[in-house]
Design a protein around this ligand. Structure first.
Ligand SMILES: *Cc1c(COP(=O)(O)O)cnc(C)c1O
Ligand SMILES: [Zn+2]
Length: 417
């Protein structure tokens, strides 16, 4: 049994049954899942969660679908790593990395897709479709394969090779569209009316999909011993993940898992080549002006973010900030995280770390705060971005002399970094 009471419009609060609906018929506002929190509070506790599976499904009462055998590749319970060496470089105190590169298809998207497709299957859908900047494509194709569903996945034609190969391998239909993500997304909105029997994870079942991101808050709180952090740094594409991380911490308090009301400052991270939310934040406006993306962080390249306005409100209400970083800073961020903590992130992770560095330098992220930075995708997906500036220290003949002439590590040993 699930604890969903229905869907509710985020704008006018009208309610709807828990079906494949995503916008309000009256005001076109987005719909959100509504739960019976009192009933959840009665069944959930640190002990029941600890006794659950080592996946996002340990938080099932707070997810929008109950299924004894969800469509699951083993998503979630990713490492929360104390990052002292990175903190020292940035002048921070207690810093943690939520390492979501460790998910089955290498990104946080497995969280949202596992939830969306489990719900879609329950609603009777046999086809799983999506518009994707890459990671969603990987994840939908993999989960559809696992469930025996047919997948139809749409991507911009200029994605990284790794993201194309790691989607195609699962054997579904992969369609490369000549255009940007926003063009792909528009096409998918049209296809949703054309094929009402297909579950488009980020269109007609988006309401359920989005809920999966709450597990990024649930896990962090559990891993911190049922405490909330003071400040989180979250990358923004559509803005959904950021708003749901905030909602996740609030829900834990509502159902009694966090004793004190959390006051988590939520800061957003964008690439300068696609920064509609950071720009609106800097200008102090409510209007998010769509942009044409041009950034190495392709997984975040959504020029017209569906939840951008909600992300902006969440950032402002929480006392967070929003910054953007250049492609050079993104690459430097990837290398900084790898060099200090041994974690290889994709370009979206570089955006998070570079933004964290910027906010730390500005004094916005402070050394007296417990900080969590969300690193949401694996570096092997975007090797192209690193290849021009990453290679062997030296290429040598197979002789002792050649090695001695090429490599000298004595200075490093003298002053360990
Ligand atoms: C999709 C994605 C995001 C952002 O997700 P939104 O919910 O659309 O803001 C962040 N990081 C990675 C690696 C992604 O693939
Ligand atoms: Zn409405």
């Amino acid at each position: 049994m699930d604890f969903v009471t229905g869907l509710r419009c985020r704008e006018c609060s009208r309610t709807y049954p828990a079906e494949a609906l995503h916008v309000c018929d009256f005001c076109f506002g987005p719909l959100e899942v509504a739960y019976d929190y009192e009933a959840i509070a009665r069944v959930i506790s640190p002990e029941t969660i600890a006794a659950g599976p080592q996946t996002i499904w340990r938080y099932a009462p707070l997810l929008p679908v109950a299924d004894a055998a969800p469509i699951d590749l083993g998503t979630g319970c990713t490492p929360l790593v104390r990052a002292d060496r990175l903190a020292a470089e940035l002048g921070l105190g207690e810093l943690w990395i939520k390492n979501d590169t460790a998910n089955p298809t290498g990104s946080f998207k497995d969280r949202v897709v596992s939830v969306a497709l489990t719900k879609a299957r329950q609603l009777g859908f046999k086809v799983a479709a999506c518009a994707s900047t890459g990671n969603l494509a990987n994840s939908v194709a993999a989960h559809a394969a696992r469930a025996g569903m047919t997948s139809v996945v749409f991507i911009p034609h200029d994605l990284e090779t790794a993201k194309i190969v790691t989607t195609a391998v699962y054997g579904g239909h992969l369609v490369a569209v000549e255009g940007t993500y926003d063009d792909v997304n528009r096409l998918c909105a049209e296809l949703t009316s054309e094929h009402p029997s297909w579950a488009f994870v980020n269109v007609n079942v988006r309401t359920y999909y989005a809920e999966g991101s709450k597990t990024l808050a649930f896990e962090v709180a559990e891993q911190l011993g049922w405490q909330a952090p003071d400040h989180v740094v979250v990358p923004i594409a559509s803005g959904s993940q950021l708003t749901k991380i905030r909602k996740g911490f609030a829900e834990l308090h509502t159902v009694g898992l966090l004793k004190e009301e959390p006051h988590v400052r939520v800061s957003g991270a964008q690439a300068a080549g696609c920064s509609p939310v950071a720009t609106a934040f800097a200008e102090g406006t409510d209007a998010i002006r769509p942009v044409k993306p041009n950034t190495v962080a392709k997984s975040l390249a959504i020029g017209n973010p569906a939840d951008g306005w909600y992300a902006l409100q969440a950032i402002r209400e929480s006392g967070g900030s929003c910054e953007s970083v250049t492609d050079e800073e993104i690459i430097a961020g990837i290398k900084l995280l790898a060099r200090t903590e041994g974690i290889f992130a994709e370009t979206a992770g570089g955006v998070t770390i570079a933004t964290l560095a910027k906010l730390a330098a500005q004094g916005v992220v402070r050394s007296d705060e417990r900080v969590v930075a969300y690193v949401t995708g694996h570096g092997l997906k975007t090797v192209e971005a690193l290849a021009p500036t990453s290679g062997p220290t030296a290429t040598i003949a197979p002789t002792l002399e050649a090695f001695a002439a090429a490599v000298d590590i004595t200075t490093e040993l003298g002053s360990p970094r």
